[in-house]
Design a protein around this ligand. Structure first.
Ligand code: A3D
Length: 320
């Protein structure tokens, strides 16, 4: 059987890391696409030259031509611009919307059967726009944010509790941004929910609240430290986890920006929700029941995403 084909649209910080991880994990052959001449070719060659030492079997190539992504099984989209210190994700809307149009049409014309994972910010609005521009089925287009947000939450919790990250699970909902909703009662250490761990004296409510806030601000913390660009190692790792779930039909339950039509009180809307990812793409949405407070936070997050989607419609007539 031929190796799967993985197209990476955008060969910047995240795109290059995605290519390296995909090769190391032997997920398939990799095509790096970017408008910056030389960048995807240079990264593809550099990673291919690490192959003899690592011992992986994967072909890597860089391109400026959408024709080279033809027949891709997975497309991961990072094309666009990242934040600089002081910028919010929403400040990227106008410029990245134009990029989504070009990318969506490129995927529509060359890789219409792909499972598409969008990473470009502002994430929830960009994944919606990318789906509109590409015309692919909703279940084949989703966004990576929740896996990263929950990984950040899990990391901070494992440090607080001094336990392995493997034994910490976390649950986040809502849009990728300041309004994301980390659900503490569904987040656990070896199955013990966080509120119970507070009662057991493992941490205090104040410390837990601070960790929740640090998770919400996780992207900005890295932007502030790096000063040029935003996080890329953990975002790339998170998207690879989703791509692997699709390619290996793992039926992983992962939080991602998925099209929700009927669940969680939403009708036809992209937002971060727990989803089952397998060979069919986003195969199912986990329709959890929220408490009143959680519902209020989720509603606020949905409203924030709705505002950005409306702004997209105002910028590009074809979306209205
Ligand atoms: P960066 O290193 O700047 O790479 C972006 C690449 O896109 C550059 O190489 C550009 O040349 C390329 N590009 C620009 N326009 C086009 C186009 N029309 N077609 C093809 N390629 C193009 O950024 P990055 O890799 O650090 O980040 C990429 C995106 O991911 C940004 O929008 C970030 O804000 C976003 N991001 C999202 C998360 C989430 O959790 C959702 C996390 C981190 C970054």
């Amino acid at each position: 059987m031929a190796r799967p084909k993985i197209a990476l649209i955008g060969a910047g910080q995240i795109g290059g890391t995605l290519a390296h991880l995909a090769a190391l994990k032997e997920l398939g052959d990799v095509v790096l696409f970017d408008i910056a001449e030389g960048t995807p070719e240079g990264k593809a060659l550099d990673i291919a030259e690490s192959g003899p030492s690592e011992g992986f079997d994967a072909k890597l190539r860089g391109t400026q031509s959408y024709a080279d992504i033809a027949g891709a099984d997975v497309c991961i989209v990072t094309a666009g611009v990242p934040r600089k210190p002081g910028m919010s994700r929403d400040d990227l809307l106008g410029i990245n919307l134009k990029v989504m149009k070009a990318v969506g049409e490129g995927i529509r014309d060359n890789a219409p059967d792909a499972f598409v994972i969008c990473i470009t910010n502002p994430l929830d609005a960009m994944v919606w726009a990318l789906r509109e521009f590409s015309g692919l089925p909703h279940e084949k287009v989703c966004g990576m944010a929740g896996v990263l947000d929950s990984a950040r939450f899990r990391h901070f919790l494992s440090v607080e509790f001094d336990v392995s990250m493997k034994d910490v699970t976390a649950f986040v909902l809502g849009g990728h941004g300041d309004t994301m909703v980390p659900l503490t009662r569904y987040s656990t250490v070896a199955g013990i929910p966080l509120p119970d761990l507070v009662k057991m004296g493992w941490t205090t409510q104040e410390k837990l609240d601070a960790i929740v806030q640090r998770t919400r601000d996780g992207g900005a913390e890295i932007v502030g430290l790096l000063k040029t660009g935003s996080a890329f190692y953990a975002p790339a790792t998170s998207a690879i986890e989703m791509a692997e779930a699709f390619l290996k039909d793992q039926k992983r339950v992962l939080p991602c920006a998925a099209y929700v039509d009927g669940a969680l009180g939403l009708n036809g809307f992209y937002v971060g929700v727990p989803s089952v990812i397998g060979a069919g793409g986003v195969e199912r949405i986990v329709d959890i029941k929220m408490t009143k407070d959680e519902q209020a936070m989720f509603d606020k997050s949905v409203e924030a995403v709705k505002g950005l989607v409306e702004a997209c419609k105002g910028i590009d007539d074809s979306l209205a």
